[in-house]
Write a protein that binds this ligand. Structure first.
Ligand SMILES: [Zn+2]
Length: 399
């Protein structure tokens, strides 16, 4: 199968007309100029780019977006925990996961790292959804044993007993230190083996950090709680990291953890402005995520735009010398950058042998040197006409 369009190989270059031949689940050939045969999709006005990857998302929270007026802990108690309790019902878990998958693919997100609920029903739901739309994914049951409703505190260790799947792996997801005892964090460490990822939240809001200091009075700081349990490694995804001390930045940089910046979520919950300069100064590995439902956008180009805007806000209000990333940098992050952070080798790029997880776009403006900037700032998901997911062509209107 051949796709025709301008090839967005490098966001720093104006894409040239060309075509892509798909092999089984991979890009088999890339050529410039007119395609050698009639394309299955696309034309000379199309744009072909890699699918987006979201490094932090909560599948049970898609129907909970947009409930404003609360800080993190109140919002969890009033909005999120009741929503996650609904996954006790298997049909609800399956229906919401199917819907989340469909909405992600419609938005161009073809891979993610995310959270389910604590229930085993979530594992069944995500396996079923992946049979229909095989997103490349790392998903984990949420682990909690305190400070949440009783129905969310039972922890059957189901996920890691399931047979591994080609594009879906299960991670260990202690929600955050507030909802985890030392015993639970120790058991989380015991569940890690080989290439298993660990996902958790770190220093999202100030009140959360104060609470962690009260719950773990013997640890010097929040990151040390996780480190004491050997949870920090190069396969650890730490969402937020808004309120870290220098010692914490140095610790997570030294452990090669990935910090997942979630700009829309941080402004929605008034958690704070991420310190991109500290992350850069410490050489921390960085990814970005939607954090639905604290974030109320699914579209990754809009998360990228929010990352730029948060950096601009810091530069205007706090730190005139604050670094502001370019649209090209954030475009790389939402494609190959997030892919590399999640260990999705061969994803997020246009090259021979790469995963056939692609988007065909029809942007409503001229393709010139401002292309990436215009895409980031004017993004609409109906720019997407087709997706190629695991080598299969999907007309977006049919999703
Ligand atoms: Zn989150």
């Amino acid at each position: 199968m051949i796709l025709q369009g301008r090839l967005l190989v490098d966001p720093c270059q104006v894409p040239v007309p060309g075509w892509i031949r798909l092999g089984e689940r991979r890009i088999a050939q890339i050529g410039a100029g007119d395609p050698p045969e009639t394309p299955a999709a696309g034309d000379e006005n199309s744009l072909i780019c890699p699918g987006f990857i979201d490094a932090h998302i909560h599948l049970p929270q898609f129907d909970s977006m947009g409930c404003d007026g609360m800080g993190l802990l109140q919002w969890l108690g009033e909005i999120i925990f009741p929503a996650e309790t609904r996954w006790l019902d298997q049909e609800t878990a399956c229906a919401q996961t199917r819907d989340a998958y469909r909405r992600m693919v419609r938005a161009g997100t073809l891979g993610y790292a995310g959270y389910l609920t604590s229930h085993v029903q979530g594992i069944t739901a995500v396996e079923e959804a992946a049979d229909r739309l095989p997103l490349r994914a790392i998903a984990g049951q949420v682990l909690m044993d305190r400070n949440a409703p009783g129905t969310l505190l039972e922890q059957p260790p189901a996920a890691l007993q399931r047979a591994p799947r080609r594009r879906l792996s299960f991670s260990v997801n202690p929600r955050f230190a507030v909802s985890c005892s030392d015993e639970l964090l120790a058991s989380a460490a015991a569940r890690l083996s080989g290439d298993t990822f660990l996902q958790t939240h770190l220093a999202e809001s100030k009140r959360e950090c104060e609470l962690v200091a009260e719950l773990f009075p013997d640890d010097p700081h929040y990151a040390a709680v996780y480190d004491r349990h050997h949870l920090l490694s190069d396969r650890t995804l730490l969402a937020h990291c808004v309120h870290l001390s220098d010692d914490e930045w140095a610790l997570i940089a030294g452990r090669r953890c990935v910090v997942v910046h979630c700009p829309t979520a941080n402004t929605f919950l008034s958690s704070g402005l991420f310190d991109l300069d500290a992350a850069r100064a410490h050489g921390v590995r960085l990814a970005i995520g939607s954090d639905v439902a604290a974030g109320s956008e699914i579209d990754m180009p809009r998360i990228g735009r929010a990352m730029i805007e948060v950096a601009k806000m810091r530069a205007m209000s706090l730190q005139p010398a604050a670094y502001v990333p370019t649209p090209q940098e954030v475009w790389k992050l939402i494609t190959c950058g997030n892919a590399d952070a999640l260990g999705f080798s061969g994803a997020g790029r246009l090259e021979v042998g790469a995963d056939a997880d692609l988007l065909l776009l029809k942007p409503r403006f001229e393709i010139d040197k401002h292309l990436i900037s215009r895409l980031i700032y004017t993004w609409r998901d109906d720019y997407i006409t087709h997706c190629v997911l695991d080598g299969q062509l999907i007309d977006r209107r049919e999703l």
